[in-house]
Design a protein around this ligand. Sequence first.
Ligand SMILES: Cc1cc2nc3c(=O)[nH]c(=O)nc-3n(C[C@H](O)[C@H](O)[C@H](O)COP(=O)(O)OP(=O)(O)OC[C@H]3O[C@@H](n4cnc5c(N)ncnc54)[C@H](O)[C@@H]3O)c2cc1C
Length: 436
Amino acid sequence: MGAGGQKDTSATWTNWSGNQTTRPDRIEQPQDLDALRHVVTEGVGPIRVVGAGHSFTPVAATEGTLLKLDGLGLVHSVDKSARRAWVNAGARLKYLSPELERHGLAFRNLGDINEQSLAGAILTATHGTGAELPCLSADITGLKFMTASGEMMTVARGANSNVFDAARVSLGALGVLVEAEVQLVDSYRLHRKTWAEPLDALIGHAMSRWTTRRNYEFFYIPFSGYGINISHEETKAAPTPRPEQDDDEAVLGLKRARDYAEGDVKGRREYLKAAFENFEGEDVVGNSWELLSSQRNILFNEMEYHLPPKKALTVLSDVIALIEKKRPDVFFPIEVRRTAGDNLWLSPFNGGGRVSIAVHAYHEDEYDFFYSDIEPIFRKAGGRPHWGKLHSLNYRALSDLYPDFVTFCKIRNELDPHGRFLSPYLADLFGVKGTA
Ligand SMILES: Cc1cc2nc3c(=O)[nH]c(=O)nc-3n(C[C@H](O)[C@H](O)[C@H](O)COP(=O)(O)OP(=O)(O)OC[C@H]3O[C@@H](n4cnc5c(N)ncnc54)[C@H](O)[C@@H]3O)c2cc1C
């Protein structure tokens, strides 16, 4: 182990929701590039990096060496006129945003939380919502990563362009992401409004709201007939005080409604309908990064598919009908968002914008129905799964969904011919037999 590294030979690793656990041979936290190179070239494989461990699939898991890179700093350099910054890819979004704000800059968009590492978010095409706003990976203008041979490789538009298009969404299969250059915007404030509405109004207005609002999404509450709209518009207005967030308490309230109903779907619907008719929404102004991201402390598991917009709202109706017919145990809201298209090879948004539908199950509840009942609906409509969320697809299905999938696999094989970064899970995704 090189200078400054720490190792832990006895740890078990578990992801955020607790549905993935492994016992790595080593967990290492290299403090510089020499220490990282030593682990990458000499450590027990497969070598995997974990960010915040917020993926629901075993993408980060390994029984070899697990690396953590959040100790390598925050913002390295800022080009204020181009609004770009090179940052530690392992840094958490929640620490990068306030640091970037000190330079008058901000991420163009963020997802529902900002706990993730930048690398984890980029590599799985993490997205927020907004018909004109792409996933985070599409705002990356350069990457520096360490390949399996220990070489540092810099990629950008015009510098190893093919690898750049492959690497931005690549699940860490091409190497260890050390630094990323992000295209930012001037820091901005948002006007946030939330309000409740019956399902037919949510579905009826969704497409026009995506067209006219900067960020728009809604959460449908199963067994209620109601959902909550969330809209953000850019504003120059002064910040206003924001009441304390009670999303966790609201989710626990939905759980209590499920538990008390004891399968009485009609009674549960009436109770929830009354609650949503009295819903008091938010109407506040604040910093973009503080309003876009929420706190999620009630653990859940999740499947999210990205769908062609024309089919998405029919798919949503089918998913709701299925859940309300067969799954009275479900109480978590169903989240519906829209993301702009891009041209990154493995981005689910490659080739055109998509509407994303996410279903959740409380962490103590079983979620096999995601695979047996929900995923077939998503797949039939041509959906592509979120790379960090639950799905059952492997090489064969994925190569049908992504025009550049096979080319991606070739580049992966050239950069990592001995599969140093290939866990059994990734080998299955990328159609490789045998791992390091
Ligand atoms: C509560 C919650 C809310 C979420 N909200 C959203 C949302 O709004 N939008 C959305 O799109 N997704 C969302 N997600 C999913 C989440 O954004 C992704 O799963 C993301 O990958 C998690 O980032 P992470 O830092 O935890 O990465 P991890 O899960 O730790 O890792 C993800 C992948 O990146 C690799 N990796 C991480 N760091 C590096 C590195 N430095 N070099 C090489 N490989 C690396 C890992 O090996 C793994 O393959 C949410 C998840 C949770 C639990």
